[in-house]
Every structure is written in C-alpha cells, then in structure tokens.
Design a protein around this ligand. Structure first.
Ligand code: UDP
Length: 273
C-alpha cells in the first residue's frame, strides 16, 4: 500500500520480551544478554552503603559510584529494580527513636528511604539513565505510587525502577520490601550489595579467622542465624525460589562481575552445595 510506512512509536521489543504469563506460561529469557546470569534483578543497597565514609546521611560521591555501576549493566540490557534502605538517615529501632511510638518511628524510616531513592534517581538521570521512583506510600508530587503492572512496563522499556518506602508498613524493613518487590517483579535474583563480599562464618571485620561461604541454602541462613537479611525476606525468597546473591558493591565493577558470575560473592538458593 502506498503512503507513509508504518512506524512504531517505540520499539516493540517489550512484546517479544514479555508475553502474557497467564497465556504463554512463565516469562522466557530468550534475549537475556548471554554473558549475564540473570536478566532481571532487584538490587538492594542498604542506606549505610550510601554514607560512604561519613557517619550519617548521604555521600553523593558514593551514590554516583553505585549509580555508575547500575548504569553500566542497565545499558548492557539487564533489567534493574532498586531498593534502597534508610539506615543512613533514620531507623525505627535506633537510639534516636527511643521513646517514640514504634509505628511513627518506622514511618520516619520509610521517609528516609524516599530521600535516598530521590538521591539515587538524580544520580542515575544525571548520567542518562531513565529512572522512575515508585513509593509504597503515595506521595504524588515526588514519586509515582507503587503499581506493579506499571513498574513492569518501566522495566520492559529499559528504565531503572527504584522502589521506595519498603513495603509501606511499619514493623518491616527494606529487606522485606526488596524480597517482596523481587517476587512481584518476577526477578531472576535478589542482589544484596553490602560492604563485604559475601556471607562469612563470623564478622570478617572483627574476626580474622572468618571464612566466606561460596553457597548456602535459605534454611542454613535461617538455622545459623547468619543475618544476611531479615528472616521474613529470606523465607519469601525461599518460597519464591529466587536466589539471593550477596556481594560487595564497594569494589569497582563488582555489580557487573557478580551478574556475570565472576568475582567473589555468596549465592543462597534451595540447593545444598
Ligand atoms: N521501614 C519500615 N517498613 C518498611 C521499610 C522500612 O518500617 O517496609 C523503616 C524501619 O524503621 C527501618 C527504616 O525504615 O528501620 C529504614 O529501613 P532499613 O532499616 O531497612 O534500612 P537499611 O538498613 O537497609 O539501610
């Protein structure tokens, strides 16, 4: 037919990537970048990581470093969800919250995660990464409300989605928020970026004889009380069969290496070593 050629207003990649699971079965990963182990991941970064060498608050240089690591893998095709803690600013169970109603203190902690999410969004957008913040506590002027299907759509379009305010309820932590969103988004792994390169038999900063586990099962983590993440987060990952990968986000290139199965980290799955 004569006339203007048919032009898609956006590449139809998402159609190939994301068949309707209720019609087509589980999401396949045919176009997963082959050098990466996982196609879609949720990266949990604790607030403490964002402090850098400070004792409180946000160190923008450190935020920039984390943003650059995220940008690198996002540009190579890995779909990234981010959950950022708030411990660098406020924790419901901290000394600063003593005497305060626990639920109120926890809401303050959730607000801290929103501040961190906005800092991370700024750092990502500054280097050209399309980013959306979705908050579990609606805050229309600064972030989208959390809407699962909308978040999926953002990921398909190659945007980094930052989930703020944890699960949106007190008495939880951002670890639980990270596990919940990882399950909801159908992530292939939950990556926990910390300041140590995996799970150790004891705190490696205090005990020189501590050794790193290559692999662990969720059950071992719970039984040994290894404090990788909250028990509720571990249990949800176990029930959803989503591997947890603990690695150091402070090392250069570590996110990319970990996603490629290189470098040092601990993988937690249902399979015994
Ligand atoms: N918080 C909460 N519900 C949530 C997520 C977070 O009440 O779903 C509060 C809680 O007080 C927590 C604080 O927000 O201590 C900051 O989150 P978290 O301690 O998980 O941050 P991180 O340790 O990862 O920096």
């Amino acid at each position: 037919m004569a006339g203007a050629p048919f032009v898609y207003d956006e590449p139809p990649i998402h159609l190939a990537r994301m068949p309707n699971p209720s019609i087509h079965g589980p999401r396949p990963m045919p176009d997963a970048p082959s050098e990466f182990r996982y196609k879609r991941v949720l990266l949990k970064v604790s607030g403490e990581v964002l402090m850098g060498d400070q004792s409180y608050g946000i160190d923008m240089k450190t935020v920039d470093v984390v943003a650059a690591a995220v940008a690198q893998v996002a540009r190579e095709g890995v779909e990234i969800c981010l959950v950022i803690g708030g411990g660098n600013i406020f924790r419901g169970l901290s000394k600063a919250a003593e005497g305060m109603d626990r639920a109120n203190a926890d809401y303050m902690g959730m607000l801290a995660t929103i501040m961190n999410a906005l800092a991370m969004q700024g750092a990502l957008e500054k280097i050209g990464v399309d980013t959306r913040v979705q908050s579990a506590i609606p805050m229309a002027a600064i972030a989208e409300p959390y809407i699962r299907r909308r978040a999926m759509r953002h990921l398909e379009k190659g945007r980094v989605v930052i989930f703020a305010a944890g699960v949106g309820a007190p008495f939880f932590t951002t670890d639980s928020g990270a596990a919940l969103r990882a399950a909801e988004m159908g992530c292939d792994a939950l990556l926990k970026g910390t300041s140590v390169d995996g799970v150790y038999t004891a705190d490696p900063k205090k005990d020189a004889t501590a050794t790193r586990y290559e692999t662990l099962t969720y059950q071992e983590v719970l039984a040994k009380d290894l404090r990788v993440m909250d028990a509720s987060a571990i249990a949800l990952m176990r029930d959803s069969d989503i591997p947890i990968v603990v690695f150091s986000i402070r090392e250069e290139d570590s996110l990319r290496k970990t996603l490629r199965g290189e470098g040092t980290f601990t993988v937690i799955t249902n399979k015994a070593a």
